[in-house]
Design a binder for this molecule. Structure first.
Ligand code: ATP
Ligand code: MG
Length: 410
């Protein structure tokens, strides 16, 4: 996949940008606070329709534009798919156009925020447009995926899976909606009493949507692990073996008490379990736990509580790993995500790397640069061009970023 042109209007500190984007590596060079990360943020928004670090889309609208009664931030991308990718029927030849508008207007004096998405000029919902354009993002703070709260890992999985299986994004939205309805009803039954059978409908919704999510995660984690292993092994010079241990909160795998005691040593293969069985088992457990959940006013099991652990040579890196091990695991995971997207969609995703090189030791840096050279297009930010080998710089396009503008490209 090749992003050929990018136009921004009132996006962060880019009041206006219109630029052709070449294939291969592009180095975005500039001092602090000039707009390097914002450029990557805009491109990643096209893949996920969410920002990787803003808590509200409103923060993406340029400050000055925000003062107007009607404020619009716009990202427009032209891109083309690599020919011969039979895996996606949408990989039509020729140029495609993706436009996102983040609009803040006022309704009866109160600010209102909305998003409009156009794919080849046709308005689409997020769940329809996700997966049209694919990107993989590398950030230094991605160490949080290994070391941070489980929520970080679920978010990571959700963003990656949604891009590859657009239906996943739909299931996820519907699951979250069903879950909050069920929680509201549990709370109501707890506070005011009433017929618990009112939960039947929401139990079914939560179980069937949740089963789709669990099923997708089982398969994705297994595939990512297969791809991440050789990278991790290579990055650790053959010293360590990485395992991605998916631990679904509702676990469809029939467990004996003995298996519970040996989670690290015996990887569980859940990939043969049909989605119908997951749904059935989940529904039964929701039924069994109903009384308890009413008294808590909360759904206590399901994909919203899933965990994913990174295990190296039998050691849980989240709990016991060194920083370096954590970084290596994240790097292997990210590289596997790139390969996974390529495998699934037939397209190289656009790679976005924000200040990642500075975090790595020279050997890992060199490994990463070799991998980057294999991909079709990558954009890397840096304040310091010296972090890159002169060979890599010569092969790259270099954009000088200053105060929300590309002042020089060569
Ligand atoms: N909505 C907005 N409107 C205008 N400017 C904004 C908005 N949001 C952030 N900025 C500013 O945009 C500038 C660029 O931020 P960005 O994070 O892209 O810089 P950067 O080049 O990546 O810097 P660093 O090297 O420090 O990471 C910052 O000065 C920031 O305060
Ligand atoms: Mg930055």
């Amino acid at each position: 996949m090749h992003l050929t042109r990018l136009s921004l209007t009132n996006f962060r500190n880019f009041a206006r940008l219109d630029i052709d984007v070449p294939g291969g590596p592009v180095l975005l060079v500039g001092n602090n606070a000039q707009g390097k990360t914002s450029l990557l943020e805009a491109i990643y928004f096209l893949a996920t329709f969410t920002s990787f670090h803003a808590s509200s889309d409103r923060q993406l609208i340029n400050f000055l534009a925000e003062r107007e009664p009607l404020a619009v931030a716009r990202i427009v991308a032209e891109f083309r798919y690599t020919p011969d990718s039979p895996k996606i029927p949408s990989a039509l030849p020729g140029m495609h156009r993706l436009e996102v508008r983040i609009i803040r207007d006022n309704l009866n004096g109160a600010p209102r925020l909305r998003k409009e998405i156009l794919v080849d000029g046709v308005t689409r919902k997020v769940n329809e447009a996700i997966g049209v354009f694919n990107a993989v993002l590398f950030l230094p703070q991605m160490l949080d995926v290994v070391e941070g709260a489980p929520e970080e890992r679920r978010r990571y999985l959700n963003l990656a899976l949604s891009q590859v299986w657009p239906r996943y994004a739909g299931h996820l939205t519907d699951y979250q909606r069903a879950l909050s309805q069920r929680n509201a009803l549990l709370k109501l039954l707890n506070e005011r009493g009433g017929d618990p059978d009112q939960l039947d409908y929401w139990d079914e919704q939560v179980a069937s949507l949740g089963a789709q999510i669990i099923f997708a995660r089982i398969h994705a984690v297994q595939e990512l692990e297969r791809l991440a292993r050789p990278y991790y092994q290579q990055l650790t010079r053959g010293q360590e073996v990485l395992r991605l241990d998916y631990r679904p909160s509702y676990d469809p795998f029939p467990t004996s008490p003995l298996q519970f005691e040996l989670p690290m040593l015996s990887p569980i293969d859940r990939s043969k379990i049909p989605v119908e069985n997951i749904c059935q088992g989940f529904l039964e457990l929701l039924g069994k736990q109903r009384k308890d959940e009413i008294s808590r006013g909360l759904t206590t099991i399901g994909p919203h509580r899933d965990e994913l652990r990174f295990i190296s040579n039998g050691i849980d890196l989240g709990d016991y790993g060194s920083r370096g091990q954590g970084r290596t695991a994240v790097l292997a995971l990210k590289l596997s995500e790139v390969a996974w997207m390529k495998e699934k969609t037939g397209q190289w995703p656009v790679l976005l790397l924000d200040e990642v090189l500075a975090e790595l030791d020279p050997a890992r840096r060199a490994d990463l640069l070799i991998r980057l050279a294999e991909s079709e297009q990558s954009l890397l930010t840096t304040t310091d061009l010296d972090l890159f080998t002169s060979e890599f710089v010569n092969r790259s396009k270099v954009w000088q970023i200053q105060a929300g503008q590309v002042i020089n490209s060569r």
